[in-house]
Write a protein that binds this ligand. Structure first.
Ligand SMILES: Nc1ncnc2c1ncn2[C@@H]1O[C@H](COP(=O)(O)OP(=O)(O)OP(=O)(O)O)[C@@H](O)[C@H]1O
Length: 561
């Protein structure tokens, strides 16, 4: 490949870099980023021996024009670049090597970084809209530069094969970059990660799955001053002395919307206090827009996902999650619904210790269900009950805790109960939706393709104008969903999730479903399917055998009544 071809590809790459960055950043950030790109790319191009498309003079002129802003950007970058949480042992040798390379490369640009380490670390949540735009903008620019650097290295090493923009964008360095930035931003970025990891895992590129996993395992929490401001605003001055016997400064969990502290009330009841990160609620809209631009402009997400609808759904759920008053009401409602159930426990809310951004509830003592070293019988019992609860939520409660994150289910060995957490995204389903959805499920367990198509149209899942291939793919995926519950498949034998291939087979149909679907799925199915697939994955993770057919018969019934 000739030098001019290399330069041509680099130019194209640079244009994409600019597009990603420009689409995502504000005007102020844009100027700084542009100057940044010019000088950096110019330097890299010179290093690899190609003739520079941005001459020194041009770079200098740009640098002079934007000098002050560049200085500001570099300083901010230096300041923010010291937060790191990934442990090198979590990464492959190649990733570690690449990270080392990235550190060397980034030295040129942003100053020296601290070595990566995994621990709960303090980091201020960017809380103003401008600060958040800066972070997304710098991420976009960083990713673009990362891609350009990789491309330059590729050609400079004498490699003549061409390389796709997508593989450059999804380089290990950029994955690391995104995981770190999303963890710092928290809020929308983290939540989207969580949502997608259950809902759309099968259709996301493996690299994105890797980011989501990393982001979910991150552990940043607010510095004391930021925490104090939120607490004073909601609970008043001297809240600590007035309301608690003790309050642990270091949280036990730092999640997407808030962090969770152990505390003890005045009457010595152990509680947890969930404190929301400031600015998270106000930035949902702009964060989501920035994320959407970043992911689509960089071609990271595949086309045809009805992404707008997914994001619109995420927007609603995120706003729910930030509404701690709504979450408290959900906790009370769910606690009431399961009060006679011998298996489940929902924490009690302490109204006098709550506010708009502070939610105090009874501290549960169980252990996350995937973390205990229990015998298979206990695991089967846990999985069976979680599946039972899911069917109860559909048929009887018409109200569902829709976040199937494994951390939201605890098993308390001493009480023999399963404790349920996180009702932020709990939601109601209308009678009509549930009625039609159940009819689809019933048709699925009877393998009645015509009825699946019929009720899918009624529910708005199909328009009736789809290609036969699309209709077949849709019906096949619904049939797969019903398999665990079907008397035809199971004949009274409990379903073994250890050997199931359900998730893989649904994945097989996804390509055609996405490219040929004419209408986005009904809004309710986003959270419902997230929950269902989460419960399936959970049962698989526990290697459980679950009498799904019996549970379905008992709770939902097999007949079209
Ligand atoms: N009542 C409780 N008792 C004990 N631990 C709790 C309780 N509530 C929350 N936690 C701990 O805090 C973690 C985060 O809480 P929760 O899931 O409610 O917050 P969140 O902001 O909705 O988190 P995420 O973004 O992960 O969904 C839980 O996984 C659990 O470890």
């Amino acid at each position: 490949m000739s030098v001019s071809k290399n330069i041509y590809e680099l130019t194209a790459m640079a244009n994409t870099v600019k597009k990603i960055a420009y689409d995502s950043v504000s005007v102020v950030e844009r100027d700084a980023t542009r100057a940044f790109q010019y000088s950096f790319l110019n330097k890299q191009l010179k290093k690899c021996g190609g003739s520079s498309m941005w001459s020194d003079a041009m770079a200098k002129a740009e640098a002079a024009r934007h000098g002050a802003k560049i200085g500001g950007a570099v300083n901010q970058r230096r300041m923010y670049s010291t937060n790191s949480f990934s442990h090198p042992s979590e990464l492959t040798p190649e990733q570690n090597m690449l990270n080392e390379t990235q550190r060397t490369v980034s030295k040129d640009v942003i100053g020296v970084k601290k070595p990566a380490e995994f621990q709960m670390s303090l980091s201020e949540v960017p809380s103003t809209r401008l600060a958040r735009i800066f972070h997304y903008g710098s991420l976009a620019a960083g990713m673009g530069l990362g891609a350009a650097t990789q491309g330059i290295k590729h050609y400079a090493s004498g490699n003549k094969s061409s390389i796709s923009m997508k593989s450059l964008i999804l380089s290990p360095q950029n994955i690391e970059r995104m995981a770190k930035k999303f963890s710092k931003m928290r809020g929308a970025a983290l939540k989207i990660g969580q949502m997608m990891s259950f809902q759309d895992l099968s259709i996301l590129p493996a690299e994105i799955q890797q980011i989501l996993l990393r982001v979910q395992n991150s552990a940043h929490y607010m510095p004391p001053g930021q925490l104090e401001r939120v607490m004073v605003k909601d609970l008043g001055n001297n809240w600590r002395e007035r309301l608690f016997t003790s309050f642990d400064d270091v949280p036990v969990a730092a999640a997407s919307i808030g962090q969770v502290h152990n505390a003890v009330t005045e009457d010595l009841t152990p509680v947890v206090v969930k404190v929301q990160y400031p600015g998270v609620v106000d930035s949902i809209d702009s964060d989501l827009n920035n994320l959407l631009t970043l992911l689509t402009a960089s071609a990271i997400l595949p086309a045809g996902l009805f992404l707008d609808k997914t994001i619109a759904n995420a927007r609603v759920e995120l706003k729910w999650e930030c509404d701690y008053i709504r979450e408290a009401q959900n906790l009370i409602r769910f606690r009431d619904m399961i009060q006679d159930d011998p298996v489940f426990e929902v924490p009690r809310v302490f109204h006098n210790l709550c506010g708009e951004h502070v939610l105090t509830m009874e501290r549960m003592r169980g252990l996350e269900i995937t973390k205990g070293n229990w015998d298979q019988k206990t695991k089967d019992w846990i999985a069976t009950n979680i599946m039972r609860l899911c069917l109860l939520e559909i048929k009887h409660f018409k109200f569902m805790q829709t976040d199937p994150n494994w951390a939201n289910f605890l098993y308390n060995e001493s009480t023999g109960k399963i404790e349920l957490l996180d009702f932020g995204a709990a939601r109601e389903f209308g009678d009509e939706f549930i009625e039609n959805y159940i009819l689809i499920l019933k048709a699925a367990i009877k393998k009645d393709r015509e009825k699946i198509a019929h009720y899918s149209k009624k529910l708005g899942y199909l328009t009736g104008l789809e290609s036969p291939a699309m209709t077949d793919a849709h019906i096949d995926s619904i049939l797969v969903l019903g398999e665990a519950f079907s008397p035809i498949d199971n004949k009274g034998v409990p379903f073994n999730f250890k050997d199931q291939t359900i998730t893989d087979r649904v994945r097989g149909n996804v390509g055609i479903m996405l490219s040929e679907r004419l209408t986005p799925p009904p809004e309710e199915t986003y959270s419902l399917h997230r929950k269902l697939s989460g419960v399936f994955l959970l049962c698989a993770r526990l290697g459980a055998t679950v009498p799904c057919e019996d549970l379905f018969k008992e709770i939902i019934g097999h007949d079209y009544d």
